[in-house]
Design a binder for this molecule. Sequence first.
Ligand SMILES: CCCCCCCCCCCCC/C=C/[C@@H](O)[C@H](COP(=O)(O)O)NC(=O)CCCCCCCCCCCCCCC
Ligand SMILES: Nc1ncnc2c1ncn2[C@@H]1O[C@H](COP(=O)(O)OP(=O)(O)O)[C@@H](O)[C@H]1O
Ligand SMILES: [Ca+2]
Length: 555
Amino acid sequence: MGPDLQPLSSTLLRKNRCYEVTLDPGSQELSWRDLQPRRNRAGICLAGVHYGARHLACCTGEQSLSAFQSVPVSEIISVEEAAIDGGKWQQTFKPCGFTVHYVRRARKHRWRCSEMTFWCNDEQLYNQWFQALKRLLELQTSRPKHLLVYINPFGGKRQGKQIFDKKVAPLFSLAAISADVIVTERANHAKDNLFEVELDKYDGIVCVGGDGMFSEVMHGLIGRIQKDSGIDQNNSRAPLTQCNIRIGIIPAGSTDCVCYATVGINDPVTSALHIIIGDSQNLDVCSAHHNNTFLKYSVSLMGYGFYGDVLKTSEKNRWMGPSRYDISGFKTFLSHHSYEGTVSFRPAKQALASPRDKQLCKFGCPVCRQAKKQLEMQQKEPFVGLEHNEDGDWQTVRGKFIAINAANMSCACPRSPKGLSPAAHLADGTADLILVRKCSRFKFLRHLIRHTNKEDQFDFPFVEVYRVKKFLFTPKHYEEEDNDNNDVAKKHFAHICTEKPPCGCRRVNSIWNCDGEPLDHPSIEVGVHCQLIKLFARGIEDPSKSKDHVDSNRL
Ligand SMILES: CCCCCCCCCCCCC/C=C/[C@@H](O)[C@H](COP(=O)(O)O)NC(=O)CCCCCCCCCCCCCCC
Ligand SMILES: Nc1ncnc2c1ncn2[C@@H]1O[C@H](COP(=O)(O)OP(=O)(O)O)[C@@H](O)[C@H]1O
Ligand SMILES: [Ca+2]
């Protein structure tokens, strides 16, 4: 709040009613209270006849208290001069009005843009209000002014372009945000472009599409920042440079897990509003390496076995859109493969949190806040790293697994609103490693079904879950290869068996599903990079805490 701004409180008119409207610099809130003016027999507001100051004074004298409503300045989208419907007004009288566009909370974490117009007949008073609101909005420094937008026209139901043009662009222009829009022409177009573009020009990057499109943009951005700061991504131990330019996701894909798990819903208007008001959510990123070669980053799910096979089967059916995953999920479920291998991991020692917690990661999460503090300390004193004092010893688990999943966030999505690991955190520097051992089809189905209801999906003897900072996976075949010098022949054999076993033997390897993209190697090393990137989001708001807001500030 600027020192020049004083609190404002006036009686203004809205829809023939008098309101006491206050703009409080201290609480950074715009509030209004209906003064319930006396009505005549016909039910017409007396003050509404001339909209004169005299009548306004009369209203205040006869007030009866009604609901007090408010909107934080941080959730005001814009303020503009209200248009006057000429016919309605007498020529001698020139009312002045301003319209405030603001965020209204609707059901299930949806945000909507509402508007409200206040009138007065005093031009000076109008100017005072208009300037004060404008000035306060200018002081919202975390808001983006210029964005770079990538649209995947083929994601999900192929509606990306229409969604952006119809639902998002009008809101951006309302908020005076300009955007350079690139409609991608091929896979990796956005990623390649991010290596060339003048990043300093933009306050954020927006991707319109699904998790695959987000992944592409994230790879472009992280890769570019590491290149600019001379960091070799192939070195799995190199501390990566944080990306401070935020990414916004306008959901227009098949799963939209990253959007759903960071906002609470996959709704384009809600996401556009989080971008406009300049929300910020730090996000952990997993990196996957094979033999000191960088493979990919992941923010949501890394899944080997079940989710890898679902991805592999679904790629051939991309033309089906989002339902390809249900069909391949069903097929994969029926095929009921299990894969043998070794998982080694380094558990995170977190006194406050575990994957079985009932307390979930929410807006203002204390666990993620603590991780941020630790990260800042670590960045100040890099040699007093957390590596030695905060992590547990390496553990190893061997066996046959139906699924090996690493969830870096809850992975909530419309198919599973609580996600693969409901208590995983967005920005705690850890991932939840879920091991589903070989079991009967029926037992695995029970485990799957629990992703869709309130029961605990980890509460089975064949399911284990660990919160980890690093893990390694080696399929059995590769382990044997490690003990054998005949590498080339074995690798070749494994590849053939992975695709179509010509020998009639069981499928040897699955693939890793890395945020919906396949990885080239089954044998990988994964590390979590705490809060490497930032999104235009705020985490999931607790409905019990924001209940007062839900639909309440709608007039
Ligand atoms: C019986 C119903 C069981 C439902 C179980 C649902 C669990 C869903 C967990 C989903 C975690 C999603 C993690 C995110 C992955 C995305 O990054 C990634 C890419 O997204 P994009 O295409 O938008 O770019 N998406 C995916 O990999 C898709 C995963 C979807 C898995 C669907 C699995 C459906 C299983 C259906 C089994 C049916 C058994 C029926 C037996 C009678
Ligand atoms: N113009 C394009 N043509 C083909 N593929 C594209 C294009 N733009 C992006 N892609 C790729 O499409 C894949 C899926 O995109 P995504 O938006 O996640 O849709 P979905 O959620 O349906 O999988 C991503 O891997 C992305 O790299
Ligand atoms: Ca995490």
